[in-house]
Design a protein around this ligand. Structure first.
Ligand SMILES: [Zn+2]
Length: 385
């Protein structure tokens, strides 16, 4: 029952409400308790009160959220249970109002991924475009990327909590792009906070771009950007690092400048699953924000990783990693060659935007918008080569 959620007109998905405005409790239609409140749903609120039932019946709780939507929950009270303590009833209701769980698929034992949609950041963006997920060990869970908003992070957490009660010990960010990191804050809750882990350069990258990213997010998402904030890593990966989840180890690797200057990959040896972050795009046009030559070198190195299953930063999970990497390599090589060629022929940047990597257009989604931005970034750099 998700009547307390708003349906998002872009995604047709549900959007969480952030505050419970009003709470009404009645018993057999007689008022018991009415309260105005501003309880943030992320705080997992718990209201306790005592109540003596004069006859068997039903206790009805109605919560109105800050979007004006209502959520109801009913608790049957038997003849023998006249005195009841209603504890956390509201919390349970609020948690459901808070976030419809994100759909996640188990791609290997204990490895869950949510596949983001191919939407451009400038049209209909909802914060849910990147692949994000988690790996479960015998003692703890590691979350790998958290989505593009607090709300998406909360929905991922709901999905995780429906599967395991183990603590989230690590939140790993594969790089600093907003669609992968703005959900971090959702994993700070009542218990001990997880350890946030990213590339040695990630904190600096977040600091320098954070304000602009947050401004954009508010413009793109409006109210749905509420509570989104950047949480920088408390621990970093400079080269290699191993995390132990109990019964399985994650091998993290930090890369030199490639897709960005903060790329980290995660390899789960137990299942042979490789999380590439945005070092691999499948279907969606690869977006350059780092160094194309470095990226081409990273692609060659990634081909040697013995992965049975590969989770790209965008697009479907693949069992044919090297073919996907080859496809990506073809695009990036064409982009590099054509931008160089355009500069060599004295073409302007605008002209080059129209022609660069044109042979690849039919093979990628969102090609025109992303390819243009790539040329915009690459052209000025290569002009001075
Ligand atoms: Zn990215």
């Amino acid at each position: 029952m998700y009547t307390g959620l708003q349906r998002d007109r872009n995604t047709n998905g549900y959007r969480p409400a952030f505050f419970n405005d009003k709470i009404d409790v009645s018993y057999n239609a007689k008022p018991v308790l009415a309260a105005d409140s501003a309880i943030g749903i992320g705080e997992n609120p718990c209201i306790q009160f005592g109540f003596v039932a004069d006859q068997p019946g039903a206790l009805q709780v109605v919560i109105r959220d800050n979007h004006g939507a209502t959520f109801g929950q009913s608790l049957a009270v038997g003849g023998w249970m006249r005195l009841i303590r209603v504890a956390c009833l509201l919390a349970a209701a609020a948690a459901q109002v808070g976030a419809a769980p994100l759909r996640v698929d188990q791609v290997a034992p204990g490895v869950y991924v949510h596949i983001g949609q191919h939407k451009d950041v400038e049209e209909g963006y909802d914060g849910d475009i990147a692949n994000i997920g988690f790996v479960i060990g015998t003692e703890a869970v590691a979350v790998i990327d958290t989505g593009g908003s607090y709300a998406v992070g909360m929905a991922l957490k709901e999905a995780l909590r429906a599967i395991t009660a183990l603590p989230v010990r690590y939140v790993i960010n594969t790089h600093g792009h907003p669609d992968h990191v703005f959900g971090n804050a959702a994993f700070i809750g009542a218990g001990p906070p997880p350890r946030f882990i990213g590339h040695a350069g990630l904190a600096q990258a977040m600091a320098s771009r954070g304000d602009a990213y947050l401004r954009n997010l508010k413009k793109q998402l409006g109210d749905a950007a509420d509570k989104s904030t950047l949480i920088p890593p408390g621990e970093t990966v400079r080269d290699l690092r191993t995390l132990d989840l109990g019964g399985r180890k994650l091998e993290l690797k930090a890369w030199p400048d490639a897709h960005t200057n903060t790329d980290v990959t995660v390899f789960d040896a137990a299942s042979g699953t490789l999380w590439t972050g945005d070092l691999l795009f499948v279907e969606r046009t690869p977006a350059v924000d780092g160094d194309v030559r470095g990226w081409l070198a990273a692609i060659d190195a990634l081909k040697r990783v013995p992965a049975a299953i590969t989770i790209p930063g965008h697009g479907p999970v693949t069992r044919d990693k090297n073919r996907a990497l080859e496809r990506e390599r073809a695009y990036l090589a064409a982009l590099l060659q054509d931008v160089r060629g355009g500069i060599g022929k004295g073409e302007s940047m605008t002209e080059t935007m129209e022609t660069a990597a044109a042979a690849e257009r039919g093979r990628w989604q969102l090609f025109d918008a992303v390819n243009r931005r790539n040329v915009n970034l690459l052209y000025p750099k290569l002009e001075w080569e």
